[in-house]
Design a protein around this ligand. Structure first.
Ligand code: TNX
Length: 495
Protein backbone atom coordinates (compact mmCIF):
# COMPACT_ATOMS: atom_id res chain seq x y z
CA UNK A 1 0.00 0.00 0.00
CA UNK A 2 1.68 3.25 -1.06
CA UNK A 3 2.02 6.17 1.33
CA UNK A 4 0.05 9.04 -0.14
CA UNK A 5 2.34 11.96 0.64
CA UNK A 6 2.31 14.96 -1.74
CA UNK A 7 4.79 16.32 -2.70
CA UNK A 8 6.21 12.81 -2.87
CA UNK A 9 9.33 12.73 -0.67
CA UNK A 10 12.61 12.39 -2.52
CA UNK A 11 13.35 9.19 -0.60
CA UNK A 12 10.51 7.00 0.57
CA UNK A 13 10.58 3.38 1.72
CA UNK A 14 7.79 1.35 3.22
CA UNK A 15 8.14 -1.44 5.82
CA UNK A 16 4.97 -3.21 4.59
CA UNK A 17 3.61 -3.31 8.13
CA UNK A 18 0.43 -1.53 9.27
CA UNK A 19 0.94 1.97 10.67
CA UNK A 20 -1.42 2.61 13.60
CA UNK A 21 -2.90 6.10 14.03
CA UNK A 22 -1.45 8.35 16.72
CA UNK A 23 -2.89 7.80 20.15
CA UNK A 24 -3.74 10.92 22.16
CA UNK A 25 -0.60 10.29 24.23
CA UNK A 26 1.67 10.02 21.19
CA UNK A 27 0.04 13.07 19.64
CA UNK A 28 0.70 15.11 22.79
CA UNK A 29 4.22 13.74 23.19
CA UNK A 30 5.23 14.59 19.62
CA UNK A 31 3.82 18.11 19.96
CA UNK A 32 5.74 18.47 23.21
CA UNK A 33 9.01 17.42 21.52
CA UNK A 34 8.42 19.96 18.74
CA UNK A 35 7.28 22.80 20.92
CA UNK A 36 10.69 24.00 22.08
CA UNK A 37 12.14 24.62 18.61
CA UNK A 38 9.26 24.42 16.13
CA UNK A 39 6.18 25.73 17.96
CA UNK A 40 4.19 26.30 14.75
CA UNK A 41 4.71 22.70 13.73
CA UNK A 42 3.53 21.62 17.20
CA UNK A 43 0.39 23.75 16.95
CA UNK A 44 -0.22 22.52 13.42
CA UNK A 45 -0.06 18.91 14.60
CA UNK A 46 -2.40 19.57 17.51
CA UNK A 47 -4.97 21.49 15.46
CA UNK A 48 -4.90 19.49 12.23
CA UNK A 49 -4.71 15.87 13.34
CA UNK A 50 -7.30 14.19 15.50
CA UNK A 51 -5.73 11.30 17.41
CA UNK A 52 -7.52 8.01 17.47
CA UNK A 53 -9.57 7.69 20.67
CA UNK A 54 -10.14 4.00 19.93
CA UNK A 55 -6.68 2.92 20.95
CA UNK A 56 -7.93 -0.61 21.62
CA UNK A 57 -8.63 -1.07 17.94
CA UNK A 58 -4.98 -0.43 17.18
CA UNK A 59 -3.60 -2.70 19.87
CA UNK A 60 -2.45 0.18 22.05
CA UNK A 61 -5.14 0.14 24.69
CA UNK A 62 -3.93 1.20 28.07
CA UNK A 63 -7.34 1.96 29.46
CA UNK A 64 -6.44 5.32 30.91
CA UNK A 65 -6.15 7.81 28.08
CA UNK A 66 -9.08 9.88 26.98
CA UNK A 67 -7.17 12.85 25.62
CA UNK A 68 -9.86 15.14 26.99
CA UNK A 69 -10.70 16.13 30.55
CA UNK A 70 -8.70 15.39 33.64
CA UNK A 71 -6.67 12.34 32.87
CA UNK A 72 -3.07 13.18 32.03
CA UNK A 73 -1.98 11.47 28.82
CA UNK A 74 -0.25 8.17 29.58
CA UNK A 75 3.30 7.57 28.36
CA UNK A 76 3.21 6.65 24.68
CA UNK A 77 3.74 3.05 23.77
CA UNK A 78 5.70 4.07 20.70
CA UNK A 79 8.94 5.98 21.01
CA UNK A 80 8.30 9.52 19.82
CA UNK A 81 10.99 12.10 19.04
CA UNK A 82 11.44 15.39 17.19
CA UNK A 83 15.02 16.53 16.66
CA UNK A 84 16.39 19.82 15.36
CA UNK A 85 19.42 19.14 13.13
CA UNK A 86 20.83 22.34 11.66
CA UNK A 87 23.26 20.41 9.47
CA UNK A 88 20.43 19.28 7.17
CA UNK A 89 19.52 21.22 4.00
CA UNK A 90 17.14 24.16 4.55
CA UNK A 91 13.47 23.24 5.05
CA UNK A 92 14.23 19.52 4.88
CA UNK A 93 12.96 16.74 7.10
CA UNK A 94 13.50 13.07 7.81
CA UNK A 95 10.63 11.04 9.18
CA UNK A 96 10.27 7.47 10.33
CA UNK A 97 6.78 6.36 11.30
CA UNK A 98 6.25 2.68 12.10
CA UNK A 99 4.36 0.60 14.62
CA UNK A 100 7.39 0.97 16.95
CA UNK A 101 8.41 4.60 16.62
CA UNK A 102 7.72 8.09 15.30
CA UNK A 103 10.99 9.97 14.74
CA UNK A 104 11.02 13.34 13.05
CA UNK A 105 14.25 15.23 12.38
CA UNK A 106 14.25 18.59 10.61
CA UNK A 107 16.66 21.31 9.58
CA UNK A 108 14.54 24.17 10.87
CA UNK A 109 10.97 24.99 11.93
CA UNK A 110 9.77 24.98 8.29
CA UNK A 111 11.19 21.49 7.80
CA UNK A 112 9.40 20.39 10.98
CA UNK A 113 6.15 21.80 9.59
CA UNK A 114 6.62 19.79 6.38
CA UNK A 115 7.50 16.68 8.37
CA UNK A 116 4.26 17.06 10.31
CA UNK A 117 2.37 17.48 7.02
CA UNK A 118 3.94 14.29 5.67
CA UNK A 119 3.05 12.40 8.84
CA UNK A 120 -0.56 13.58 8.80
CA UNK A 121 -0.98 12.80 5.11
CA UNK A 122 0.47 9.33 5.62
CA UNK A 123 -1.73 8.62 8.64
CA UNK A 124 -4.81 9.63 6.64
CA UNK A 125 -4.02 6.97 4.04
CA UNK A 126 -6.49 4.08 4.42
CA UNK A 127 -4.39 0.99 5.18
CA UNK A 128 -1.32 3.15 5.94
CA UNK A 129 1.99 1.32 6.29
CA UNK A 130 5.12 2.19 8.21
CA UNK A 131 7.66 4.23 6.25
CA UNK A 132 10.81 6.28 6.25
CA UNK A 133 10.79 9.52 4.25
CA UNK A 134 13.44 12.12 3.56
CA UNK A 135 12.82 15.27 1.56
CA UNK A 136 14.20 18.73 0.83
CA UNK A 137 12.65 21.27 -1.54
CA UNK A 138 14.52 21.90 -4.78
CA UNK A 139 13.41 25.56 -5.02
CA UNK A 140 13.70 27.89 -2.02
CA UNK A 141 10.81 30.06 -3.25
CA UNK A 142 7.54 28.16 -3.72
CA UNK A 143 4.60 30.45 -4.15
CA UNK A 144 0.92 30.79 -4.78
CA UNK A 145 -0.47 34.09 -6.05
CA UNK A 146 -4.05 35.14 -5.33
CA UNK A 147 -5.54 38.09 -7.24
CA UNK A 148 -7.79 39.90 -4.74
CA UNK A 149 -8.05 42.92 -7.05
CA UNK A 150 -10.33 41.64 -9.84
CA UNK A 151 -12.61 40.04 -7.24
CA UNK A 152 -11.98 40.83 -3.61
CA UNK A 153 -11.49 38.05 -1.06
CA UNK A 154 -11.08 38.73 2.65
CA UNK A 155 -9.21 37.21 5.58
CA UNK A 156 -11.22 33.98 5.86
CA UNK A 157 -10.80 33.04 2.22
CA UNK A 158 -7.15 34.02 2.17
CA UNK A 159 -6.43 31.90 5.24
CA UNK A 160 -8.12 28.91 3.59
CA UNK A 161 -5.74 29.35 0.64
CA UNK A 162 -2.88 29.37 3.15
CA UNK A 163 -4.22 26.11 4.61
CA UNK A 164 -4.17 24.38 1.23
CA UNK A 165 -0.91 25.86 -0.03
CA UNK A 166 1.05 25.21 3.16
CA UNK A 167 -0.26 21.65 3.38
CA UNK A 168 1.42 21.04 0.01
CA UNK A 169 4.71 22.67 0.96
CA UNK A 170 4.39 26.14 -0.57
CA UNK A 171 6.09 28.89 1.44
CA UNK A 172 5.04 32.16 -0.23
CA UNK A 173 1.64 33.82 -0.51
CA UNK A 174 1.78 36.52 -3.16
CA UNK A 175 -1.25 38.82 -2.90
CA UNK A 176 -2.07 40.85 -6.02
CA UNK A 177 -3.46 43.88 -4.18
CA UNK A 178 -4.06 46.47 -6.87
CA UNK A 179 -5.28 46.53 -10.42
CA UNK A 180 -7.54 48.55 -12.71
CA UNK A 181 -10.67 47.31 -10.95
CA UNK A 182 -9.75 48.00 -7.33
CA UNK A 183 -7.26 48.98 -4.63
CA UNK A 184 -7.28 46.36 -1.87
CA UNK A 185 -4.91 47.39 0.94
CA UNK A 186 -5.05 50.20 3.46
CA UNK A 187 -2.13 52.61 3.12
CA UNK A 188 -0.98 54.71 6.07
CA UNK A 189 -1.93 58.34 5.60
CA UNK A 190 -3.94 57.71 2.40
CA UNK A 191 -7.51 56.79 3.35
CA UNK A 192 -8.63 58.14 -0.05
CA UNK A 193 -7.16 55.07 -1.73
CA UNK A 194 -9.47 52.62 -0.03
CA UNK A 195 -12.37 55.08 0.27
CA UNK A 196 -12.48 55.94 -3.41
CA UNK A 197 -10.89 53.01 -5.18
CA UNK A 198 -11.89 49.77 -3.49
CA UNK A 199 -15.71 49.60 -3.73
CA UNK A 200 -15.78 47.95 -7.15
CA UNK A 201 -14.69 44.77 -8.88
CA UNK A 202 -14.40 43.27 -12.34
CA UNK A 203 -18.20 42.72 -12.52
CA UNK A 204 -19.07 46.09 -10.96
CA UNK A 205 -19.63 44.30 -7.62
CA UNK A 206 -19.00 45.59 -4.10
CA UNK A 207 -15.24 45.00 -3.90
CA UNK A 208 -13.57 45.61 -0.55
CA UNK A 209 -10.11 45.93 0.93
CA UNK A 210 -7.82 44.61 3.65
CA UNK A 211 -7.31 46.87 6.64
CA UNK A 212 -3.83 46.96 8.12
CA UNK A 213 -5.19 44.80 10.96
CA UNK A 214 -6.43 42.26 8.40
CA UNK A 215 -3.06 42.33 6.69
CA UNK A 216 -1.27 41.73 9.98
CA UNK A 217 -3.63 38.84 10.81
CA UNK A 218 -2.99 37.23 7.40
CA UNK A 219 0.76 37.53 7.84
CA UNK A 220 0.62 35.95 11.29
CA UNK A 221 -1.52 33.11 10.01
CA UNK A 222 0.89 32.63 7.12
CA UNK A 223 3.91 32.58 9.46
CA UNK A 224 2.20 29.92 11.58
CA UNK A 225 2.04 27.83 8.39
CA UNK A 226 5.66 28.39 7.33
CA UNK A 227 4.63 30.93 4.71
CA UNK A 228 5.63 34.53 4.01
CA UNK A 229 3.36 37.10 2.40
CA UNK A 230 4.59 39.11 -0.58
CA UNK A 231 2.24 42.03 -1.32
CA UNK A 232 1.98 43.28 -4.89
CA UNK A 233 1.15 46.80 -5.97
CA UNK A 234 1.10 46.72 -9.75
CA UNK A 235 2.99 49.62 -11.43
CA UNK A 236 3.29 51.55 -13.68
CA UNK A 237 0.33 49.94 -15.52
CA UNK A 238 -2.81 48.20 -14.20
CA UNK A 239 -3.30 51.44 -12.24
CA UNK A 240 -6.78 52.66 -13.15
CA UNK A 241 -8.08 52.31 -9.57
CA UNK A 242 -5.13 54.27 -8.22
CA UNK A 243 -5.93 57.00 -10.75
CA UNK A 244 -9.59 57.05 -9.67
CA UNK A 245 -8.41 57.94 -6.16
CA UNK A 246 -5.60 60.25 -7.27
CA UNK A 247 -6.25 61.79 -10.71
CA UNK A 248 -3.09 63.89 -10.39
CA UNK A 249 -0.93 60.81 -11.06
CA UNK A 250 -2.63 60.17 -14.43
CA UNK A 251 -0.75 61.17 -17.58
CA UNK A 252 -3.61 63.56 -18.50
CA UNK A 253 -4.49 64.57 -14.91
CA UNK A 254 -8.21 63.99 -15.59
CA UNK A 255 -10.71 62.36 -13.19
CA UNK A 256 -11.73 58.77 -13.84
CA UNK A 257 -14.70 56.58 -12.93
CA UNK A 258 -14.22 53.06 -11.49
CA UNK A 259 -13.63 50.43 -14.16
CA UNK A 260 -15.46 47.10 -14.38
CA UNK A 261 -14.23 44.78 -17.12
CA UNK A 262 -11.32 42.53 -17.98
CA UNK A 263 -9.28 44.58 -20.43
CA UNK A 264 -5.59 45.04 -19.65
CA UNK A 265 -2.95 47.49 -20.79
CA UNK A 266 -5.06 50.67 -20.94
CA UNK A 267 -3.88 52.43 -17.78
CA UNK A 268 -0.57 53.81 -16.61
CA UNK A 269 0.66 56.51 -14.28
CA UNK A 270 2.58 59.63 -15.20
CA UNK A 271 6.08 58.15 -15.07
CA UNK A 272 7.99 61.23 -14.04
CA UNK A 273 5.61 63.63 -12.23
CA UNK A 274 6.49 64.63 -8.67
CA UNK A 275 2.89 63.81 -7.69
CA UNK A 276 3.48 60.20 -8.78
CA UNK A 277 6.72 59.78 -6.89
CA UNK A 278 5.48 61.44 -3.71
CA UNK A 279 2.50 59.10 -3.65
CA UNK A 280 4.64 56.05 -4.48
CA UNK A 281 7.04 56.94 -1.68
CA UNK A 282 4.12 56.88 0.77
CA UNK A 283 2.64 53.67 -0.64
CA UNK A 284 5.94 51.78 -0.72
CA UNK A 285 6.81 53.18 2.72
CA UNK A 286 3.54 51.98 4.27
CA UNK A 287 3.80 48.57 2.65
CA UNK A 288 7.44 48.20 3.69
CA UNK A 289 6.62 49.06 7.31
CA UNK A 290 3.67 46.68 7.52
CA UNK A 291 5.19 43.73 5.64
CA UNK A 292 7.11 41.15 7.71
CA UNK A 293 8.87 39.52 4.77
CA UNK A 294 11.82 40.90 2.86
CA UNK A 295 10.12 41.27 -0.55
CA UNK A 296 7.65 43.67 -2.15
CA UNK A 297 6.26 42.90 -5.62
CA UNK A 298 5.84 46.03 -7.74
CA UNK A 299 4.38 44.51 -10.90
CA UNK A 300 5.77 45.91 -14.13
CA UNK A 301 3.57 43.78 -16.43
CA UNK A 302 1.63 44.67 -19.55
CA UNK A 303 2.53 48.33 -19.88
CA UNK A 304 1.60 48.84 -23.48
CA UNK A 305 1.56 52.59 -24.01
CA UNK A 306 4.94 53.90 -22.92
CA UNK A 307 8.31 53.62 -24.67
CA UNK A 308 10.75 50.98 -23.52
CA UNK A 309 13.43 53.45 -22.33
CA UNK A 310 10.86 55.41 -20.30
CA UNK A 311 9.55 52.17 -18.81
CA UNK A 312 13.01 50.91 -17.87
CA UNK A 313 13.90 54.22 -16.30
CA UNK A 314 10.71 54.08 -14.23
CA UNK A 315 11.34 50.50 -13.08
CA UNK A 316 14.94 51.40 -12.17
CA UNK A 317 13.76 54.34 -10.06
CA UNK A 318 11.06 52.20 -8.46
CA UNK A 319 13.70 49.61 -7.58
CA UNK A 320 15.76 52.29 -5.86
CA UNK A 321 12.69 53.45 -3.94
CA UNK A 322 11.91 49.95 -2.68
CA UNK A 323 15.55 49.43 -1.71
CA UNK A 324 15.53 52.78 0.13
CA UNK A 325 12.62 51.44 2.19
CA UNK A 326 14.67 48.37 3.07
CA UNK A 327 12.97 45.73 0.92
CA UNK A 328 13.93 43.55 -1.98
CA UNK A 329 11.96 43.56 -5.19
CA UNK A 330 9.90 41.10 -7.17
CA UNK A 331 8.84 42.17 -10.68
CA UNK A 332 7.10 40.54 -13.63
CA UNK A 333 9.34 39.48 -16.49
CA UNK A 334 8.74 42.61 -18.60
CA UNK A 335 11.04 44.47 -16.19
CA UNK A 336 13.98 42.25 -17.21
CA UNK A 337 16.54 44.52 -18.81
CA UNK A 338 15.75 47.47 -16.52
CA UNK A 339 18.45 48.46 -14.03
CA UNK A 340 17.28 46.32 -11.09
CA UNK A 341 18.90 46.08 -7.64
CA UNK A 342 20.91 43.03 -6.67
CA UNK A 343 18.72 40.27 -5.27
CA UNK A 344 15.65 41.19 -7.35
CA UNK A 345 13.41 38.30 -8.34
CA UNK A 346 12.01 38.41 -11.87
CA UNK A 347 8.82 36.41 -12.36
CA UNK A 348 8.59 34.74 -15.77
CA UNK A 349 4.99 34.22 -16.91
CA UNK A 350 4.66 34.02 -20.66
CA UNK A 351 6.59 32.90 -23.68
CA UNK A 352 4.67 35.51 -25.70
CA UNK A 353 7.22 38.10 -24.70
CA UNK A 354 10.20 39.84 -26.21
CA UNK A 355 12.84 37.12 -26.06
CA UNK A 356 15.66 39.67 -26.43
CA UNK A 357 14.81 41.12 -23.04
CA UNK A 358 14.81 37.69 -21.45
CA UNK A 359 18.11 36.85 -23.11
CA UNK A 360 19.45 40.11 -21.75
CA UNK A 361 18.19 39.14 -18.31
CA UNK A 362 19.85 35.75 -18.59
CA UNK A 363 23.07 37.44 -19.62
CA UNK A 364 23.17 40.06 -16.89
CA UNK A 365 21.61 38.04 -14.08
CA UNK A 366 24.82 36.35 -13.07
CA UNK A 367 26.57 39.69 -12.65
CA UNK A 368 23.70 41.51 -10.99
CA UNK A 369 22.47 38.76 -8.70
CA UNK A 370 18.97 38.70 -10.23
CA UNK A 371 16.95 35.52 -9.72
CA UNK A 372 14.09 34.07 -11.74
CA UNK A 373 10.76 32.70 -10.48
CA UNK A 374 9.05 30.26 -12.85
CA UNK A 375 5.36 30.92 -13.46
CA UNK A 376 4.91 29.79 -17.08
CA UNK A 377 1.20 30.34 -17.68
CA UNK A 378 0.56 27.09 -19.56
CA UNK A 379 1.70 25.08 -16.51
CA UNK A 380 1.08 27.28 -13.46
CA UNK A 381 -1.81 29.68 -14.20
CA UNK A 382 -4.65 28.01 -12.38
CA UNK A 383 -7.13 30.58 -13.71
CA UNK A 384 -6.74 28.88 -17.09
CA UNK A 385 -9.43 26.29 -17.80
CA UNK A 386 -8.57 22.61 -17.31
CA UNK A 387 -10.90 21.59 -20.18
CA UNK A 388 -12.45 23.70 -22.97
CA UNK A 389 -16.02 23.69 -21.66
CA UNK A 390 -15.16 24.46 -18.03
CA UNK A 391 -17.48 27.13 -16.59
CA UNK A 392 -14.67 29.05 -14.87
CA UNK A 393 -11.42 30.41 -16.19
CA UNK A 394 -9.68 31.92 -19.18
CA UNK A 395 -7.95 30.30 -22.19
CA UNK A 396 -5.48 32.90 -23.47
CA UNK A 397 -2.46 30.60 -23.00
CA UNK A 398 -4.35 27.37 -23.68
CA UNK A 399 -5.71 24.85 -21.18
CA UNK A 400 -4.06 23.65 -17.97
CA UNK A 401 -5.29 20.13 -17.27
CA UNK A 402 -3.84 18.36 -14.23
CA UNK A 403 -1.13 16.65 -16.21
CA UNK A 404 0.16 19.97 -17.61
CA UNK A 405 0.46 21.35 -14.07
CA UNK A 406 2.38 18.23 -12.97
CA UNK A 407 4.66 17.16 -15.81
CA UNK A 408 7.05 20.02 -16.52
CA UNK A 409 10.34 21.45 -15.40
CA UNK A 410 11.23 25.11 -15.00
CA UNK A 411 14.41 24.71 -17.06
CA UNK A 412 12.56 23.22 -20.04
CA UNK A 413 9.68 25.72 -19.77
CA UNK A 414 12.06 28.70 -19.88
CA UNK A 415 14.76 27.63 -22.35
CA UNK A 416 16.22 31.11 -22.50
CA UNK A 417 17.04 31.17 -18.76
CA UNK A 418 20.00 29.14 -17.44
CA UNK A 419 18.57 26.73 -14.87
CA UNK A 420 20.91 27.77 -12.06
CA UNK A 421 19.30 31.22 -12.04
CA UNK A 422 15.88 29.76 -11.30
CA UNK A 423 15.26 29.92 -7.57
CA UNK A 424 11.51 29.61 -7.42
CA UNK A 425 8.24 28.29 -8.80
CA UNK A 426 4.94 30.09 -8.30
CA UNK A 427 1.41 29.17 -9.29
CA UNK A 428 -1.02 32.04 -9.95
CA UNK A 429 -4.76 32.40 -9.57
CA UNK A 430 -6.09 35.48 -11.35
CA UNK A 431 -9.72 36.13 -10.56
CA UNK A 432 -11.42 37.73 -13.54
CA UNK A 433 -13.85 34.75 -13.60
CA UNK A 434 -13.39 33.53 -10.02
CA UNK A 435 -16.13 34.90 -7.76
CA UNK A 436 -16.44 32.71 -4.65
CA UNK A 437 -14.29 30.73 -2.21
CA UNK A 438 -15.79 27.63 -3.83
CA UNK A 439 -14.52 28.80 -7.24
CA UNK A 440 -11.04 29.32 -5.74
CA UNK A 441 -10.82 25.77 -4.40
CA UNK A 442 -12.19 24.38 -7.66
CA UNK A 443 -9.33 25.99 -9.55
CA UNK A 444 -6.61 25.20 -6.95
CA UNK A 445 -7.52 21.55 -6.42
CA UNK A 446 -6.12 19.26 -7.64
CA UNK A 447 -3.69 21.40 -9.70
CA UNK A 448 -1.95 23.26 -6.85
CA UNK A 449 -0.50 20.01 -5.43
CA UNK A 450 0.81 19.30 -8.95
CA UNK A 451 2.71 22.58 -9.22
CA UNK A 452 3.88 22.17 -5.61
CA UNK A 453 5.37 18.81 -6.62
CA UNK A 454 7.40 20.58 -9.32
CA UNK A 455 8.52 23.22 -6.81
CA UNK A 456 9.77 20.48 -4.48
CA UNK A 457 11.46 18.61 -7.31
CA UNK A 458 9.43 15.57 -6.25
CA UNK A 459 10.01 12.26 -8.05
CA UNK A 460 7.73 12.24 -11.10
CA UNK A 461 5.19 9.41 -11.24
CA UNK A 462 1.86 10.59 -12.62
CA UNK A 463 -0.15 7.37 -12.02
CA UNK A 464 0.92 7.33 -8.38
CA UNK A 465 0.29 11.09 -8.04
CA UNK A 466 -3.31 10.83 -9.26
CA UNK A 467 -3.94 7.89 -6.90
CA UNK A 468 -2.70 9.98 -3.99
CA UNK A 469 -4.86 12.90 -5.13
CA UNK A 470 -7.96 10.67 -5.01
CA UNK A 471 -7.12 9.66 -1.43
CA UNK A 472 -6.56 13.25 -0.37
CA UNK A 473 -9.91 14.26 -1.81
CA UNK A 474 -11.73 11.44 -0.11
CA UNK A 475 -10.11 11.57 3.32
CA UNK A 476 -9.29 15.24 3.66
CA UNK A 477 -10.59 17.80 1.13
CA UNK A 478 -14.15 16.52 1.25
CA UNK A 479 -14.36 16.43 5.08
CA UNK A 480 -12.87 19.96 5.11
CA UNK A 481 -15.48 21.17 2.63
CA UNK A 482 -12.87 21.99 -0.04
CA UNK A 483 -14.23 21.90 -3.58
CA UNK A 484 -12.19 20.47 -6.45
CA UNK A 485 -12.29 19.99 -10.19
CA UNK A 486 -12.90 16.32 -11.13
CA UNK A 487 -10.04 15.90 -13.60
CA UNK A 488 -10.72 12.67 -15.54
CA UNK A 489 -7.16 11.41 -14.97
CA UNK A 490 -7.87 10.92 -11.23
CA UNK A 491 -9.52 7.71 -9.94
CA UNK A 492 -11.90 9.67 -7.66
CA UNK A 493 -13.54 7.69 -4.91
CA UNK A 494 -17.26 7.41 -5.66
CA UNK A 495 -19.66 8.30 -2.86
C1 TNX B 1 -1.95 38.15 -17.41
S1 TNX B 1 0.30 37.54 -15.67
C2 TNX B 1 -1.84 39.11 -16.42
C3 TNX B 1 -3.01 39.38 -15.56
C4 TNX B 1 -4.23 38.62 -15.98
C5 TNX B 1 -3.83 37.20 -16.35
C6 TNX B 1 -5.00 36.33 -16.69
C7 TNX B 1 0.37 39.01 -15.61
C8 TNX B 1 1.58 39.51 -15.05
N1 TNX B 1 -0.67 39.73 -16.07
O1 TNX B 1 -3.27 40.77 -15.52
O2 TNX B 1 -5.12 38.62 -14.91
O3 TNX B 1 -2.95 37.24 -17.44
O4 TNX B 1 -4.59 35.00 -16.87
Amino acid sequence: MPTHIIPTPQHLTSDNTPLPPLTPAEHAALAECLNGWAPHAATHLLTTYTPSPTTAATGHADGTVTGIGHTAPAAPLRTVSATHDRSLPAESFELTATRERIDLTAADPAGAFYGVNALIQALRTPGAEGFTARSAPTYPTRGVMLDVARHFFGVDTITSVIDVASAYGLNRLHLHLSDDQGWRIEIDGHPALTERASANDVDGGAGGYLTLADYEAIQRYAAAHAMTVVPEIDLPGHTHALQVAYPQVSPDGKPREPYAGIDVGFSWVNLTADATWELLDDIVGSLARTTHGEYLHVGGDEVKQVSRPEYEQFMGRLGELVAAHGKKLVVWQEAAGSPLPEGTQVQYWTHEFNQDNLAHLAHTAEHTGVEVIASPAYHTYLDLKPVPDFPLGLTWAGLVPLRAAYEWTPAAAMPVIPSHLITGVETCLWTETIRTPHDIMTMLLPRLPAVASVAWGAPVDYPSFVTSIATHQHTWWHPNGWAHYADPDVPWVQR
